[in-house]
Design a protein around this ligand. Structure first.
Ligand code: ZN
Length: 326
């Protein structure tokens, strides 16, 4: 399927508060390390039939290849000149974006993945105690938090749940007070295992997931849950045991919000490369290959959470696949 040309061109706006939020530090736990990172403040808009999709970009960092990806694969990007400099710098650094997608149709306002959030202590320095303008940008884009009716997390890693909560009057409270928060049942079971076994860094579960359950705003859903006639989940397990993608179909056009099936477009050309965060690397590779085969040759437009240039199509290449933004 070749979508009409006009929908391939996003409207990208500089966010209204791109330079105005310095000094507006929220109240923090005294033990948190200070961060001067202000984020990206970039808003993009697209349409898929009747469905509108808005990207709110929280950050886009240049980070070292390893440990996000295995050090032994650090030279592979040189084989693919289409990756540089939009997705990988000439020096081999990964450009890692973090963004949320707001999906609207028929009066529904759904936010998919909620980035890292502000004032949260994390194990990676570039993600710890952020002070970005994300919430102001979201509001400036027309989506004040109280107008969001659904929060959907593709999985429950810290960079997909952060704005689920914000720090108000000394505690983490739901940022979207009128929303139902949808978490995958399998994913929540996996989190419960991590909590029980105290495996890895579980702070994001404590500060960004559990307060939602405590507020009775959470709903555990199956991996093929349907949100509207146009929007449903599809299982893409592997990165985490309950990871899902979000399928959108309207008026003959299709799109998929990919969550963490991919962290960088190099994984189109080299699908075997797994990120450090992949829980089941073999399943992650299998899922990625199946996904690329299923949607190759423009069968659906992709919206990729971690791509600096987030929207494009999968096209067949001489070796595996390529990410094509036009
Ligand atoms: Zn992620």
């Amino acid at each position: 399927m070749n979508p009409p040309k006009e929908i391939g061109h996003p409207v990208v706006e500089p966010a209204a508060h791109a330079t105005s939020h310095a000094g507006e530090k929220q109240q923090l736990d005294p033990g948190l390390v200070k961060s001067d990172k202000r984020g990206e403040s970039r808003i993009g808009r697209w349409a898929v039939g009747d469905v509108k999709i808005t990207s709110i970009m929280e950050s886009a960092d240049r980070i070292p290849w390893a440990p996000l990806f295995p050090a032994e694969a650090s030279e592979l990007y040189k084989k693919y000149d289409w990756l540089v400099p939009r997705f990988i710098t000439p020096e081999g650094q990964i450009i890692l974006a973090v963004q949320a997608f707001v999906v609207t149709v028929g009066g529904r306002r759904i936010i998919v993945d909620t980035c890292v959030g502000n004032g949260k202590l994390r194990e990676f320095e570039h993600c710890s105690n952020l002070q970005t303008a994300f919430l102001k940008d979201l509001t400036a884009a027309g989506f004040a938090p109280e107008t969001i009716d659904t929060v959907l997390c593709t999985h429950l890693h810290f960079d997909h749940v952060g704005w689920n909560t914000q720090w108000v009057n000394g505690k983490w409270v739901p940022t979207f007070p009128r929303a139902r928060y949808l978490f995958g049942r399998r994913e929540w079971q996996h989190c419960q295992n991590l909590l029980r076994d105290k495996t890895g860094d579980i702070r994001h579960i404590l500060d960004s997931v559990e307060p939602i359950l405590a507020a009775d705003l959470a709903e555990l859903v199956e991996s093929d849950h349907r949100l509207t006639d146009e929007i449903w989940l599809e299982p893409t397990h592997g990165h985490t045991p309950g990871h899902v993608s979000v399928h959108i179909a309207s008026k003959g056009q299709e799109a998929v919000i990919t969550g963490d099936v991919f962290h960088n477009p190099i994984q189109f050309a080299e699908p075997e490369i797994c990120s450090i965060g992949c829980v089941d690397k073999e399943m992650s590779r299998k899922t990625r290959r199946e996904f690329l085969s299923r949607y190759e040759n423009r069968a659906a437009r992709l919206f990729a959470v971690h791509f600096n240039d987030p929207v494009g199509w999968i096209v067949r290449d001489t070796r595996n696949w390529r990410f094509c933004t036009e």
